[in-house]
Design a protein around this ligand. Sequence first.
Ligand code: FAD
Length: 523
Amino acid sequence: ASVVYWMRMEDLRISDNRALAQASALAQKDNVPLVVLFVLSPQDYIAHDRSARRIDFTLRNLHEIKSSLAEHHVPLCTTSHTPRISIPSHVLSLLKEWGATQLFANIEHEVDELRRDIKLCELAKKEGIDCSFVHDKCIVPPGDILTKEGKAYSVYSPFLRSWIKHLSLKKEDIHLTHAPTLADNAFSIRDHSTFGRLFEVPVPEEVEGFTLQPDEKERMRFCWPAGEDAARQILDRFVHTMARGSQLGAVNPLPENAKAPRNSAKDSRLGKYKAARDKVDADTTSRLSPYLAAGVISARQCIRATTEFSSGKIDVSSETGIGRWVQEIAWRDFYTHVLALFPRVSMGRPFQEKFANIKWEAETHKDHLQAWKDGRTGVPIVDAGMRQARAMGWMHNRLRMIVAMYLVKDLMIDWRLGEKYFMEILIDGDLASNNGGWQWSASTGVDPAPYFRIFNPYIQSQKADPTGDFIRHFVPELANVRGPEIHNPSPKLADKLGYPRPRVDHNEARQRAIRRYKSPGQE
Ligand code: FAD
């Protein structure tokens, strides 16, 4: 007999992992081996536009996990399976081979994944194997907070109020308690040849079709080191230290960590978050999104780290840096709830169906889409953001909003093409947050930017990058431009520097977008 924990792409950690902790406790109680399974599914990665960077990050984390698990005498068995439709039977055959009596996994809320898990439950039941799927991604599980009418929230503010109330009502703080630590499995693994062999199953170095060029691989490893220790250090750095100078992107946060003086919450990046979070020319946010998206750190661990400054309570105030950061984690919960409770958003459909027929320019403006991807639109802040994404696989939130709004409202290109490109290039691609962010920018989503409130990218640029340092760093053509022209170079200067002129006139484009949103389906 054995107990199996099926680890997925969103829960790549050992600590504070509910399904793993429950599997471990049961294996301990029944005195049977615990096996951790990971199934690589290239077809799913293609279907979900997974970036090669994210797949590489997954494999790197699996390597770390394999050795950490081995210290607890627990094997990690990584397999690869195609076609994806038969993953349930593939998992079932492994469960039978290992004589499993029980499988544990954390719930993935995307439609394809839910269908897959339901199928596995049906198959396993016939074989007498129990399957337990556990909520672990969010602080508050989807479905636990609903409106007075018993419906899912589609507006953030009331969702947040309910989220806060829910946490404070749970006196025992159920959502924030640590999952028990993994038990040592030595007693059950010993002398067991089937399970002993599993320790030898290697984690592959790459997945075919998702290979990174060596220099890109190196860069991703430098920017985003794998493993729970790295994630904890990045969290610690954000919570306890202050940025020194402007940290323009392609910097590995770790080496500085050891030397940085530790500050009180007030003077750390976390403490300054409320005032500084929208600035892109300095290192103002946590940069934990790749780790949260892959579950290398849990959202609970993040929130717990903030409570040391408030006598163990959760600060959710809009007035403090800590509170504002906790509210961002609540946005992550919000979009995951939306995905789980309105599955149409994960099927390429707008949340607001009235905007399903907007007239887009995609066919006639393929070159505009390419220019946007290449960071050559002629709008410096947009180009700097897009080049940051290409260089690092990550972009500051304010920039994501600016470049998304520019693609949709200025270039009038279908938001789904932008959503897809983000998934293909980002290392933190997450269907719920990415779709939420795109539908916000496209004014088609839950609680979106109203369609007539269109960002002026030049004004946004002055606010987000007042020094212009961010643009100079990522757009070397403009490295020597001083003064306000950095935000909007004249045609003469642009020509001289070999920098493109803007593709569209912002004011004309704005009028066109408002017209088309007002009367969807019309020119
Ligand atoms: P911090 O400011 O330190 O915030 C801490 C954490 O809170 C983040 O790591 C993230 O997990 C969560 N968070 C913060 N802001 C948001 C938000 N607006 N929505 C949901 N969660 C949030 N985030 C992703 O994780 N994956 C994506 O694929 C993604 N795509 C986006 C696409 C668009 C068009 C937009 C506008 C936003 C997108 N976001 C996405 C949300 C946000 O931009 C990133 O989470 C944030 O920039 C990550 O940087 P950070 O870790 O330093 O964030």
